[in-house]
Every structure is written in C-alpha cells, then in structure tokens.
Design a protein around this ligand. Structure first.
Ligand code: ADP
Ligand code: MG
Length: 249
C-alpha cells in the first residue's frame, strides 16, 4: 500500500476519489466522469441530480461495482473495492450494496417472494440453501409485509403494478442487509402517487433504520427529501449542499 492509499481518519460509508469514465463510440470519445470526488457518511442520505446524460447512472454503476472506472478509486467503509478480484466484487454486491433501478429488473418467471429470495439463494448456493431456506423465507415475507405486499407473495411481476414491482425490488435489495442502498430513478417509471410512496419508503429506511443511501433523480422535489444534494455537471460534482449527511467537492 502506498502512502496515498492510507485511509483518512474519517471512515466514509462510500467514497469515490477522482473517478473518471469515458465511452468510445466510433471516433468520438465521450468523457462522462472527469474526476468525481464523492463522499457519503455513515447513515447519510444524498441525492445525486443532474441533467439527462450527465453521468448519474454511470456514477451509480461505478459505485455499485456494476461498471469499472477508467481511473480513480471507490471505497466502501474504509476498504478500496474497485480493484478487487471479480469474485470478491460479486461477494460485496451480494452483502454490502443494495441496488434499485428505474425499470425494477425483477425476474419475470419468479414470484415476488422468489425474487426477494434470489440474492440469498445466490449467497448460500444450492446445498446450503436447504438449511437456510426456512429462515430466509421468513425474512423475505417480513420484508414484503413491511412494504404492504403480504398478499402479493405469489404474484409474478406481470401481475403487479409498477409501484408494487418497485417495492418488491426494494425488498430484494434489503434482504442481504446491505450497508448502503443505491437507487437510480426509482420513481422514474411511476405515476406521482406511487412514486411518492416509493421515495417515502426509501427516506424511511434512512430515518428509521439509519441505512446509508444514494438516490439518483432528475426531480428537484424528490431530491429535496434527501439530506443533501450533489449535482453532476460537465463530468464533475458541481454543487455541494450536503449538510451533515455527506459531502462532495
Ligand atoms: P444519466 O443517468 O445522468 O442520464 P448516464 O450515466 O446514463 O447519464 O449516461 C451518461 C452519458 O454516457 C450519456 O450521454 C450516455 O449516452 C453515455 N453512455 C452511457 N452508457 C454508455 C455506453 N455503454 N456506451 C456509450 N455511451 C454510453
Ligand atoms: Mg440515468
């Protein structure tokens, strides 16, 4: 470890250091992230805003290890994670990071309950699953119940409304007891009322459970419900209004 890699005294829940990411399409290079420094404190709740195409999803994917930065670092709870072997990244995504997407990304053939159980099935593998199944099912049912879905356990996604699908997706993100929840426009496909319900459910997880959250949104009203707002523009973090929830520069 070089001098530069010694973690600072404050351990952030999530941090990016000078993250750069560009895309090549034909002869043009699109520099989406040009050195993003972002920090989320433990128990923090930050909204990331910015125009369409400003790189919000790219940044969230880099933070969630779904995409690798070209350069720069990602840290979670005092550990650098962007340079880990693939297996270790998979393990972290299955234990420390919960993700929720605009389009839900539920598996269409599975019921709501099975979708929520899927991360634990992956974690335990088929052999250990048989000893863990009962406890896992109880946990999944309790989560679905918390989100008002106890009478939808055996529905498939196509039998659910958008708001219900997103609540299943949130339950799936939480079943692994993640340290941080990353949500990308979670209300983006929903009508105003269901969308508000989803954002309220997410805000409540921060307020009541102290879950650390990054919420990507282009909607100012939604962003105002976070405890701080970070704006992405021209590939860097532009405005800092992070209050006590985190900081960015
Ligand atoms: P946002 O979520 O803020 O709308 P994105 O992070 O999705 O923005 O995208 C940022 C820019 O990068 C956009 O111009 C988009 O077209 C481009 N982009 C995203 N992913 C890719 C990719 N895989 N290949 C090429 N360009 C991409
Ligand atoms: Mg996006």
């Amino acid at each position: 470890m070089s001098d530069l890699e010694i973690p600072s005294k404050t351990t952030f829940m999530l941090e990016t250091r000078q993250v750069c990411k560009k895309y090549q399409s034909g002869t043009t290079t699109l520099e989406v992230l040009r050195g993003v420094d972002f920090t989320l404190e433990k128990g923090g709740f930050l909204a990331v805003v910015g125009q369409s195409g400003s790189g919000k999803s790219t940044l969230l994917h880099v933070m969630g290890l779904l995409d690798a930065p070209d350069s720069g670092e990602v840290w979670i709870d005092g550990q650098r994670i962007d340079n880990l072997p693939v297996r270790e990244k998979d393990r972290l995504r299955n234990s420390s990071i919960g993700m929720v997407f605009q389009a839900y990304h539920l598996l269409p053939e599975l019921t709501a309950l099975e979708n929520v159980l899927a991360p634990l099935l992956i974690r335990y593998g088929i052999f250990d699953w048989f000893t863990q199944r009962r406890a896992a099912q109880e946990k999944a049912k309790a989560l679905l119940d918390r989100f008002g879905l106890s009478d939808r356990l055996h529905h498939q996604p196509r039998q659910l409304s958008g708001g219900e699908m997103q609540r299943v997706a949130i339950a799936r993100a939480l079943i692994t007891d993640p340290q941080v929840l990353l949500a990308d426009e979670p209300a983006g496909n929903l009508d105003e009322e269901s969308g508000a319900g989803i954002i309220e459910a997410i805000a409540e997880l921060n307020r009541d459970k102290g879950l650390s959250i990054v919420l990507v949104t282009h909607d100012a009203d939604i962003a105002s419900q976070a405890r701080g707002i970070v704006r992405l523009a021209a590939g860097t973090v532009d405005i800092m209004n992070a209050g006590a929830a985190g900081s960015a520069a």
